[in-house]
Design a protein around this ligand. Structure first.
Ligand code: FE2
Length: 267
């Protein structure tokens, strides 16, 4: 694909998303949240892809995948007024369907269209699907890191904002009480990701988000996580019990160590 293809895709994206604007302040805030998220995931993925020395074509493809990764969010919100897949629709699969239905990608080669569609379709699965195609795996790793890093930004800002300024559809609707679940915290100690179905409180959700750091794939991702202080910003809103403080300290150490590796390489 060429630079002008990416420009055409960006134009399509702004036209398409503008179609979801309404006069309702709350709806507008939720739509704007996803537009801003999209552009910041684009920035993240380009940064990661450059530090992994991807070629020019792959850089354009990676940015396109990021541009479209959450394209299903807009129709999901219009239809269900939520970003919760569990009570509405799988937004990743919906996004891939929209791209096909609207023939958005037809100007680039078929193998590149397939790569983008695959990346969009599987960007949100709990585990990486097992695929034989190494480029497809690489792109899923890229989008998952770029996405998580911006989701941490969204939620750092969300937890720090006054309640009336929060984008309503960003939360999970979990009770914001002081409790947290032992099995979710234990995932953090085991360096695995907790699953959505285990979450009972907002604190569980925060612990799950923190545990994502163990699943990052690229050094540049660790560096961004460390530089932007997401671990501290999210963990400071958790109850400061000894077991949480300890788990967070281990996580920070892990992230900083991985981030340091990248800096020693002279980038
Ligand atoms: Fe998504």
């Amino acid at each position: 694909m060429l630079k002008r293809d990416l420009e055409a895709f960006k134009d399509w994206f702004s036209g398409y998303t503008q179609g979801f604007f309404t006069d309702n302040t709350e709806d507008r805030r939720n739509i704007d949240l996803k537009i801003r998220h999209t552009f910041l995931v684009c920035e993240n993925i380009v940064g990661i892809a450059q530090s992994e020395s991807l070629n020019k074509n792959e850089l354009l493809l990676a940015e396109t995948a990021a541009l479209f990764h959450d394209i299903g969010r807009f129709l999901q919100y219009e239809m269900y007024r939520t970003f919760l897949d569990s009570i509405s629709v799988n937004h990743a699969r919906l996004g891939a369907e929209i791209l096909v239905e609207k023939n958005v990608l037809s100007r680039i080669p078929v193998n590149e269209q397939e790569l983008i569609l695959n990346t969009v379709r599987f960007h949100n699965t709990f585990e990486l699907p097992s695929l034989a195609d190494l480029q497809k795996i690489l792109f899923l790793r890229l989008i998952r890191d770029a996405d998580k890093i911006d989701i941490w930004r969204v939620f750092s800002e969300y937890y720090e904002a006054a309640e009336e300024d929060r984008a309503s559809a960003a939360g999970l609707g979990l009770p914001d009480d002081p409790g947290y679940s032992r099995n979710v915290l234990s995932c953090l100690y085991k360096k695995t990701s907790a699953s959505l179905s285990d979450l009972k409180t907002l604190n569980d959700f925060k612990l799950m988000q923190l545990s994502w750091a163990y699943g990052l794939n690229f050094r540049h991702s660790f560096r961004l996580t460390s530089e932007r202080n997401f671990i501290r910003r999210i963990s400071s809103t958790l109850p400061q019990t000894e077991e949480i403080t300890e788990a967070v300290a281990l996580l920070k150490e892990f992230v900083d160590e991985k981030a340091g590796g990248a800096m020693n390489e002279g980038n």
